[in-house]
Design a protein. Sequence first.
Lengths: 454, 284
Amino acid sequence: MATTNRSFAQALWDFFCSLKLTISLLISLALTSIIGTILPQGKLPPEYVASISPVKLQIYSKLGFFDMYHSWWFILLLYVFSVNLICCSIKRLPHVFKFISEPNLVLGESQRNGFSLKQDLKITASLDKGREALAEFLGKEFGAPVVTEQDGEYHLFAQKNAWCRLGVYVVHLSILVIFVGAILGSLFGYKGFAAIVEGTGISSIQANSGAEIPLGFEVRCEKFNVTFYDSGAPKEFKSILTVLENGQPVKGLTNVRVVVNEPLSYKGFTFYQSSYGQATESSDHSFSVQARAGGFSDHLTLRDGQATVLKDGTTFKLLETTPDIRQFMPNFSGPAARIEVTQKGGVPQTYIVFKDFPDANAQRGDALQVVYEGSNAKMYTGLQVAKDPGVWVVWLGCTLMVCGLFIAFFMSHKRVWIVVSKGYARMYGNASKNQAAFQMQFEELSDKFKNLKI
Amino acid sequence: MTSSLLFNVTTLAYMASMVVFFAFLASKNKAIGLTGSLLAYAGFAVQTLAIALRWKESYDMGYGHAPLSNLYESVVFFSWTIILIYMFIELKYKYRIVGAFVVPFALLGMAWAQLGMHSGIEPLVPALQSNWLLYHVVTCFLGYAAFAVACGISIMYLVKAKSEESGGGAAGGLMGMFPPIRVLDDLNYRAIMIGFPLLTLGIITGAAWANYAWGTYWSWDPKETWSLIVWFVYAAFLHARFTRGWVGKRAAWLSIIGFAATIFCYLGVNLFLSGLHSYGSSKM
Ligand code: HEM
């Protein structure tokens, strides 16, 4: 019984130390991740629900396909992945440390045959003289050697960058660090949303989970503004925000410009420009009206659907307005109004007047020239709000990963041995990575070595 | 002189280079091989100039942004990085023949961009107005380009391995021109050693940007997820060489699958899936 337990534990350990498992896991993660890029995730759009058979819908939801990156089996894969990583490291790290701290100082006969890089030298001086001269040579040209005597021979050993064998483990550790950061963020962080009407403030946000999160301070939106390129494409979405503590504006955080890619941070919460809209439906719209022939001008204030009679007897009716005409008329942008003008005794005429395109208004050839001056409707700014105390751990992990990859791929552990015997010496070398580059270095060293006169 | 004229010259140079490389494959004449390389280098020089000029033109138009803002510009840049990585590998490892399998990728990109795409310089939508765009796109595309080179090398590997298996062309013939499969395997690995850290940096700069702009460094958006899938495939490749049964052909296939996933991540996601990354969408 004891032996089966023992062998079961051993088998389990071997399973988790296996690199075949690593490859299978990496490929499984790659393949399963595809599901979530094809099926919609999170809240399903009604069109999608309508387009798929109920049986399929049920199977997919049971399998967690609609929130697959948080499904039990995907998380399980990540756990197995982490355990694989940890076990592999526990198994190998001690060997690597030993390899670094107790290098192979002496080359046995059989080991010497395994080197492709080697160079001979004839020595006429005594063994001790030869050892001294070669130790000095190696110290000067490559690195200070450790000298060991064995079986009447001296073994000189020098190495460079032994520690870079740890690069791979730095990469592996970094993955676990990133996981820790992500877990911290999901336990102690929030993601939420806040809509703030111009001129008002908020002191709590709506978390994505639905909970109301108090901020502990107030954020006020002073103004929101959109600008467009001539082509009609949006150029900038801009909120002017002020942070208040106990009703008092915080120094340095008053009238801060917040645009996409330039968020505002305060006390761990960060506010990102994300959407906008019109806050109030019914509001007053102003127009200026001027008789083209001269004579009279007027200034009107109306609500949607309201009509008024001008001094010259013309009836002026406001049909509808929009804060941005672009969706209806791609060549124009900004606020616009559709109006109906009925001259005394004439037929009603409707047309569209713009706020930002006075020329288009002027070109119209009727008796009245009308300019829409905009409304006093308030905009609201939509802000994504996030607090993530784990994010620094994630960046630390990323930094470790990049450094680790650099060490693992572009640095190499270089070793040189010189075995000094009576009458001759032989130099050997190898490198853990990029053998070709090391070969050139070794050949340079060999040229100097073989011309030594000892 | 305008950048678009220079881009046409670039396309022609790559086309000529590819034809000459094929002639090199057939003739095994060293001088022809050198001509192929020189044509690719000349195309690269012209393309560099053209990209710089386009950058300047965007300033002249009052938009002022790096030429990396839409599909056209990214495809042009991609083909530039492919040649850059190819030049690096050729100069460092001295295998000219690799060009025959790599230059076609760059040519394909340029031809598609010049013939099939709208090339106007457009202003940047708010979402892209950030220096992170530059860091993110440059690192990603350098990584992709290294994978393109690795894919070309892997195809050579499989072709050569197949011909060796069937016993043909042990020394002579077309296959004699190819580096030995051991060398191809090594070159493949080296190209991925360049690409993998760059892709990693690309993913990290993307996450940093997303965190800076939206407050979430990772949201499992399809583009992000596909970049991770690509990363998993190449991580599997890196571990394959430590595992018996996975070296050689399987590793070459992993490299080819990795590049297919890369291309899907770059183009397929925008064409077939929806998400935050569609270039030029008006989403903030
Ligand atoms: C379950 C997860 C993993 C395990 C168990 C694992 C294990 C290993 C082992 C045993 C080695 C060989 C080390 C040596 O003897 O030189 C290795 C190499 C390496 N691993 Fe991992 N690994 C895992 C995941 C990853 C991931 C996700 C990455 C992504 C960055 C990665 C990056 C590397 C790199 C860059 C090397 C060096 C490859 C080379 O030098 O060619 N590993 N890994």
